[in-house]
Design a protein around this ligand. Sequence first.
Ligand code: SF4
Length: 315
Amino acid sequence: MKYKHLFGPVNSRRLGISLGVDLVPYKYCPLNCVYCEIQSTTHLETTRREFFSPAEIMTELDSFLKSKPHLDYITFSGAGEPTLNSSIGEVIHHIKSRYPEYKLALLTNGALLSDPDVLEAVLPCDLILPSLDAASDDVYQKVNRPHPDLTAQGLIAGLKRLRTAYNGDIWLEVFIVPGITDTPSELELLRDAIREINPNLVQLNSLDRPGAEDWVEAASPERLKEIRKYMRETLPMPVEIIAKIKYQTGMNVLDAELVELIRGTITRRPSTAEDLAANLDIHINEISKVLRELNTEGKLYAERKERGVFYRWIA
Ligand code: SF4
């Protein structure tokens, strides 16, 4: 079957093996973010509608899932904002009732979460990954360029309502646009808003591929680390960098997301380099580069045992 709404599965470090489900046509979104990697929004809308017959989407899912493929998540994402599709609740219900063995993730800009119908529809998801790039309306307008009906305060209120109503995990993504979203005053407002929203995890992101506007630049690894430190000092939940920017460390060029993945793994479970390579499906040379980088931070402990050298991260 040729799929119109499904893409992947892709092997993503955030979600593991993830099957994407695209519920909206290109490019319907209530925001027009300056950093959007799928370019400018052509339909800046908040009006929800069906766009496609839900039966068409569910037929594709049935066809794909009948072979019971291994997936870590089925993820609503794609070329626009998935919650704009008024049938998202029906599709979620279909998956959860027919394929309860699969976990569901939702990537959303969060702009419509203040709508009770949207909130109700997404509650069965196992993981929700909303965005919050700005806490002041001024910066929200500059960076996310929302539909005129939307405000930063409305977004934050919707995220707080989600936290209250939803029992699953919330991983909040914060996209750093240097000089705009990371000023001291904006970071302070963001931190306060995040504390009130109380997600399970905060993930700092920055530009990887060209954004909608040429002037948007990636935050440097040093700046991202400073912001992570600032957030970690004052927030109760974990804060990590997921930006696919590169660490330039001597001879090594490392992926920040990979560094965080390995750091997280050896915080929970001491592992040899070979274990990490096998479990994460990453070449041992890359693992060795990351371990060397982590060693410079003075918190990497190595212990030789019968099976090899075990690495442990003690924060
Ligand atoms: S919310 Fe997502 S899809 Fe919409 S403009 Fe922003 S980055 Fe692009």
